[in-house]
Design a protein around this ligand. Structure first.
Ligand code: ADP
Ligand code: MG
Length: 800
């Protein structure tokens, strides 16, 4: 057998496969033309002149393939066993994959790509399908080379004249090429991509999309998107509206786009419409498969908007159905404990406070008292910006439970905050402070109450003996108001007369913990408190199972906190500023992103800075250190000394983020501010400005990037938590859902929290569906029911 013979044989094999794959030109990687070109010399005698397979239509291809097979050998055209071949060589067009197929089953996924996909939170084909682009490049504008206009996004279909590597220095290897169509030539250069040369053989057909610049008066594409023109495959990177995905560092758009496209081609057929048909009719929302396809590769921007409306609706609707179901389950029977405020010492307590409640505090309190009087368990969210005075409202209602002979429980996210609430509440409640009997149970006298109220503190890190003592007091009903972290839920603490549970900084708790809580014994009233500023409409959707009260006013006499971003070279001035404030009797916080120095992250760390500042910068001041890895008995005295004014400067990590209340502190210096998000920075800032003194927030950063600078500038300008949340979202853009979770905002990928119409529609439809079929047991709701249970399981997984 000659070489030519064996080549002919492989060609025949390829052609038979091509026939089995419906002439999609997918048999040879890079296209059949590539194969033909390479072997022209050997094949020419058998096949004659032939220009290009890729330009033929499928019927033309069929004719040509049959002809070629006939020439190669008698009978060759007929012995194409379609099925088995297709089975052994699944082709792109034919392949389908279940949505839970892991991404490593996709073609071209290197270990590195797989790792990055995992970082992006995409593990399965379904995840990739649901990774929606946050915008598109409009490369739909196809023209001839002679028509190219500088400065615009354009697309040309060209062939390669020549391509070469160009070097400018050892690291700067690029590919440059001369490309042309019948109207003229254009140059293209791909910086830092010398490997492309290999792909761009002379004669290769290419689609090029990008912005055209001018170089010495000639049009040139700089690092344009490119795509080999092969067969009938849909264009992915060029020549259309091209998706731009939210990505992670070092995962190029091109790779991501290829992976998503593969997932889409293989999996979209498996996506099931889960919305009931009559809902779709009523709302005129687009079908799910079409919406997903158009969200990735829309024909027009209008189609994109239509698709996003459907997908955004799904997010809000699922969220809404889930919360409404919870609310219904919670309220389905009575069994709450009515707590009537009349004829109790509550007014006496309020009158004994060193301040009067603001109008907003009073209104919220009345709303809560209205709920507590019912035998249906309350389920309410108390929302109010940092420093708006939620604690006193909570204290009032917990005391009410105690006055009525029941127990109340306050849960907070950190031990430090629990300790602080313990002392604040003991102080607030105590008209004439009584001596503390035990360290972790304080008996306080409340104005007008016949007997003292016992406040208890229970922390996971307490000594066993202390814990046991507090436990016993709780079980015996001797503790009226119990304060602790969420370990209260796990520790098997029995609270026999529990009538009210307050959850502070509730976004850190989450739905599942709330649910566990409710399962404990009887159905206590629930008051959740949050400083996370979200628009009311969104709160309704996120926390649809909660009624909402808002404290939308700060106590009087608060002064605007002056926020300044301090340039790195002015670090000494910032220290000097702290020194001056301390000299006039005030205190300061310095917050760091890390506890210890780390090689991975370049940032200042609390431990090292504590050493340095104590020795070199503030040797004459009283410094304290606080971080999450310290034991309770190390932390307690530090917090106590700072609270009592015996420390001038408290250095800490993010543990002081929430709740800490030391009104004499006037400076919050955040060292490494670029490492925190806006919401978190706002929380830190809220630690000062809590008294009548002018307070300051200083933002330091050794090397802020452009984006961090913008964030810090916003913080300088904006005080209001709600406005800040909006700026935050604007800055992140709607596509950045990766960062929304830590800010307490919901994980919305498509829907925008500002789309009030869609929110209202989702709410209306959710109510309608549940009114008709509360258990979602009807046949037309079966896929919806399944989707909801996956949604709820997802929330549970997120929070565990
Ligand atoms: P947050 O809502 O952030 O939890 P706090 O409850 O910690 O706020 O209150 C912040 C500070 O404001 C505390 O020092 C508290 O004593 C004080 N405060 C609360 N209500 C009032 C009021 N009506 N008038 C004056 N000061 C108040
Ligand atoms: Mg608070």
């Amino acid at each position: 057998m000659t070489t030519a013979d064996s080549k002919l044989e492989s060609l025949a094999r390829i052609l038979r496969q091509e026939k089995a794959a419906d002439f999609q030109d997918t048999t040879v990687i890079g296209g059949l033309d590539l194969f033909l070109q390479r072997w022209t010399a050997e094949l020419k005698p058998a096949l004659g002149e032939f220009s290009s397979y890729s330009v033929l239509t499928p019927p033309q291809r069929e004719k040509w393939v049959d002809g070629a097979l006939a020439k190669i050998g008698p009978g060759a055209a007929d012995d194409a066993p379609r099925r088995p071949l297709r089975h052994r060589h699944p082709q792109a067009g034919a392949r389908t994959l279940a949505l839970d197929t892991t991404v490593d089953r996709l073609r071209g996924a290197s270990p590195n790509t797989l790792r990055l996909l995992r970082r992006l939170g995409t593990e399965t084909v379904g995840d990739l399908i649901y990774l929606f682009p946050h915008r598109h490049n409009d490369f739909g504008n196809v023209c001839k080379v002679s028509e190219l206009q500088p400065g615009q996004d354009q697309t040309v279909i060209v062939s390669v004249w020549e391509a070469s590597e160009s070097r400018r220095g050892p690291r700067r290897r690029s590919t440059q090429a001369v490309l042309g169509d019948e109207t003229g030539n254009v140059r293209a250069i791909w910086f830092n991509n010398p490997y492309l040369v290999k792909t761009l053989g002379p004669g290769t057909q290419l689609v090029i999309s990008g912005r055209v610049g001018l170089f010495r008066g000639q049009p040139v594409f700089e690092s344009p998107e490119y795509e080999l023109l092969q067969g009938q495959e849909q264009l992915v990177h060029t020549g259309r509206l091209v998706p731009v995905y939210p990505s992670v560092e070092r995962l190029p758009q091109r790779t991501l786009r290829r992976m998503v496209k593969q997932a889409l081609d293989a999996g979209i057929g498996r996506v099931e419409e889960f919305l009931p048909a009559d809902l779709l009719d009523r709302t005129r929302l687009q079908g799910l498969q079409a919406a997903i396809a158009q969200a990735h590769y829309p024909d027009t921007m209008q189609d994109w908007a239509v698709a996003r409306r459907r997908l955004g609706f799904d997010e809000l609707f699922l969220m809404q159905v889930a919360v409404l179901r919870r609310k219904r389950a919670w309220q389905e029977d009575a069994g709450g404990i009515p707590l009537d405020a009349r004829d109790t010492p509550l007014d006496g307590f309020l009158a004994s406070l060193p301040f009067r409640l603001t109008g907003a505090q009073r209104r919220s309190l009345d709303e809560i008292l209205g709920d507590l009087g019912q035998d249906r368990p309350m389920s309410r969210l108390l929302q109010g910006d940092v420093g708006s005075g939620k604690t006193v409202v909570a204290t009032a209602v917990m005391l009410l439970a105690a006055f009525r002979g029941y127990q109340a429980m306050l849960m907070v996210p950190t031990e430090i905050l629990a300790e602080q609430h313990f002392s604040t509440i003991s102080r607030l409640a105590s008209a004439a402070p009584e001596s503390r009997e035990e360290e972790h149970i304080a008996a306080v006298a409340v104005e007008g109450a016949s007997s003292p109220i016992n406040i208890g503190l229970l922390l996971g890190s307490m000594a066993k003996k202390t814990k046991r003592a507090v436990h016993e007091a709780i079980t015996a009903g001797e503790v009226d108001v119990l304060i602790g972290t969420h370990t209260l839920l796990q520790s098997g603490v029995e609270v026999p007369n529990l009538a009210l549970v307050v959850v502070d900084e509730q976004h850190r708790f989450g739905v599942m913990q709330r649910a566990t809580l409710r399962e404990k014994g009887r159905r206590p009233h629930l008051l959740a408190m949050s400083a996370t500023p979200i628009p009311r409409s969104l709160a309704l959707t996120m926390y649809g199972d909660l009624d909402i009260s808002a404290i939308d006013e700060l106590p009087p006499g608060r002064r605007r906190i002056r926020t300044r971003w301090v340039e790195p070279e002015r670090r000494a001035a910032a220290y000097e500023f702290i020194r001056r404030e301390v000299a006039s009797g005030h205190q300061a916080f310095i917050v760091f992103p890390l506890i210890d120095e780390s090689e991975a992250v370049h940032a200042r760390a609390a431990n090292e800075e504590y050493q340095r500042l104590s020795a070199d910068v503030f040797p004459d001041l009283r410094l304290g250190l606080l971080h999450g890895r310290m034991a309770l008995r190390e932390r307690e005295p530090v917090m106590e000394r700072f609270q009592g004014g015996d420390l001038d400067v408290l250095l800490s990590t993010a543990v002081v983020e929430v709740g800490i209340d030391v009104p004499n502190a006037t400076v919050m210096l955040i060292d490494g501010a670029d490492r925190f998000g806006l919401a978190q920075l706002h929380q830190f800032r809220g630690r000062v400005g809590r008294g009548e003194h002018q307070s300051y927030c200083l933002l330091l950063s050794d090397s802020p990037g452009a984006e961090a600078r913008e964030r810090l500038k916003i913080l300088e300008r904006v005080d209001d938590g709600f406005q800040l949340a909006e700026e935050d979202l604007r800055l992140r853009g709607p596509g950045d859902y990766l960062g929304t979770r830590q800010s307490g905002l919901p994980d919305l990928r498509v829907a925008s929290i500002t789309d009030l119409d869609l929110l209202a529609l989702a709410r209306r439809e959710a109510t309608r569906v549940l009114d008709a079929d509360p258990e979602l047991s009807a046949g037309e709701n079966s896929l919806l029911a399944e989707r909801i249970s996956r949604y709820e399981a997802g929330i549970a997984a997120d929070l565990s």
